[in-house]
Design a protein around this ligand. Structure first.
Ligand code: FRU
Length: 479
């Protein structure tokens, strides 16, 4: 049980000290591994280690000892992990267990290079490979965050690597000998900051008998609302080259809220699930929490869908396992009408909340959800139909003045066509994650409300909104 102020109750956070990116996400024998950028001696960023936690359900986490420590080649920056089922690396020593291989960046004082480490006991102990680095630095300053998967068609491991303003792909038969394949991105997408933490994922397109490749790229700074953000590209990958379907100017944000960064997916699972670091480099070191800093997002299932605009879009859905956090039956109300003079206050269910709205008709200039934290503070979610955008407003959400960058109104574009049909909100002690239209548009923001007394209202301005159903569910914590 954690009871500190602002301690996330159903999101992973380390017991103590600093955490950033999720690393080495891999599933093996009933356990999801979550490694993470970790500084064990301080609540601010410093010499990076890989912290470690495991979960049987992606919801409840057990923290394990630190997996990787800095060494003479440098700090342990971000990277990934794979189960080397065929022992291509030759690093397997156990009869019973497959070898898990972690591929990470050694960040030295002079440069960044890629190295590997391996575990023959289900991730409990790790040895670094004697021949590190496996990819030396070729003269590129930012050269990091290897994400590796097995490509069946060409029978080799593929690594995506962030190299300043582009992604480079490497191939290997054994995770040790790597060959440069191609690069992507110089003339594509957003370049307001350095590219980091790539992930290349083949995804099914919902309802179509088709698969596409999605290249995930974190970028810092350069987010539409400031600071760190995840962008993505849709296209194809032939084992050597990623070909983007979009025009050079197209920019796609996965979650333009302020606090979803460095997101990558689990390896060795059937359907892609990813998790992001719920913070932003603009103020990550200043957030008012102690004795830990930062939390991960909720895990989200990711897929592609063709939207009404006949466009492919990344869809993110909170994983189904979150339903086990529901306490009692959800409280439902049908045919709720909200207008200028009548707002609607939802039944109180505490401060850990899952909220679901099904919109029947929205004929208002703007409408939304006001999350009141006590009498004086609130966080707003507003759908501005006139401006065709939606906004999370955390200007008056609680503690905001620990950083000049923190108070914000974060905007994302609304959809052309059918408008907002469903809204799902996961509210924890210090964050909200908002999913529109079954995950078609998503924003994540952290907040620091000092009052735990949560009262949620629905409102509309200049017109009326009719909800087919309004559902509020009390959640329990995971610790
Ligand atoms: C992204 C990042 C990575 C790097 C790590 C260092 O947040 O900057 O590119 O590997 O954090 O902690």
């Amino acid at each position: 049980m954690y009871s500190e102020q602002f301690r996330p109750q159903f999101h992973f956070s380390p017991k103590e000290n600093w955490m950033n990116d999720p690393n080495g996400l891999v599933y093996y024998k009933g356990e999801y591994h979550l490694f993470y950028q970790y500084h064990p001696d301080s609540t601010i960023w410093g010499p990076m280690h890989w912290g470690h936690a495991v979960s049987k359900d992606l919801i409840h986490w057990e923290e394990l000892p630190i997996a990787l420590y800095p060494d003479e080649l440098g700090q342990i920056f971000s990277g990934s992990a794979v189960v080397d089922k065929d022992n291509t690396s030759g690093l397997r020593t156990s009869e019973e267990e497959d070898v898990i291989v972690a591929i990470f960046t050694h960040h030295g004082e002079d440069n960044e290079k890629q190295s590997i480490a391996y575990s023959n006991d289900r991730g409990r102990s790790w040895a670094k490979y004697k021949g590190n680095p496996v990819i030396p630095n070729p003269g590129i300053k930012d050269f990091r965050d290897p994400k590796v998967f097995w490509h069946n068609e060409t029978n080799k491991w593929i690594m995506s690597l962030a190299c300043g303003g582009e992604i480079q792909f490497y191939g290997s038969p054994n995770l040790i000998d790597w060959e440069f394949l191609s690069s992507f991105g110089k003339n594509y997408g957003a370049h307001g900051g350095v590219w980091e933490c790539p992930d290349l994922i083949e995804m099914e397109v919902k309802g179509e008998n088709e698969k596409k490749w999605v290249l995930i790229v974190s970028i810092n700074p350069g987010g539409p609302n400031g600071g760190s953000v995840v962008q993505y590209f849709i296209g194809d990958f032939d084992g050597k080259t990623f070909t983007c379907d979009d025009s050079n100017e197209t920019v796609r944000w996965a979650d333009p809220g302020r606090d979803f960064y460095a997101a990558v997916s689990w390896s060795n699972v059937e359907k892609p699930v990813w998790i992001g670091w719920m913070s932003n480099w603009q103020y990550a070191n200043d957030v008012p929490t102690s004795p830990w800093r930062s939390a991960m997002s909720i895990p989200r299932e990711i897929s592609l869908a063709k939207t009404s605009e006949e466009e492919y879009k990344l869809i993110q859905k909170p994983i189904k396992q979150l339903e086990q956090l529901r306490v009692n039956e959800p409280k439902e109300e049908i045919n709720v009408v909200v207008n200028e003079s009548n707002s609607y206050t939802l039944p109180k269910v505490g401060s850990l909340v899952e909220l679901d709205l099904q919109v029947k008709e929205a004929k208002a200039e703007a409408w939304g959800i006001r999350i009141n934290h006590g009498d004086k503070k609130n966080t707003g979610i507003t759908f501005n139909l006139k401006e065709n955008e939606w906004i999370i407003d955390r200007m008056n959400s609680g503690l905001v003045d620990f950083s000049a960058e923190f108070p914000s109104k974060d905007a994302a574009t609304l959809f052309a066509g059918q408008g907002v049909q469903t809204v799902k909100v996961f509210l924890d002690t210090a964050s909200l994650e908002v999913f529109l239209n079954e995950g078609e548009s998503v924003m994540t923001d952290i907040i620091f409300p000092t009052e735990n007394d949560v009262r949620i209202e629905l409102f509309a301005t200049n017109g009326e909104v009719i909800f087919h159903k309004v559902t509020v569910t009390k959640l329990k914590g995971i610790w």
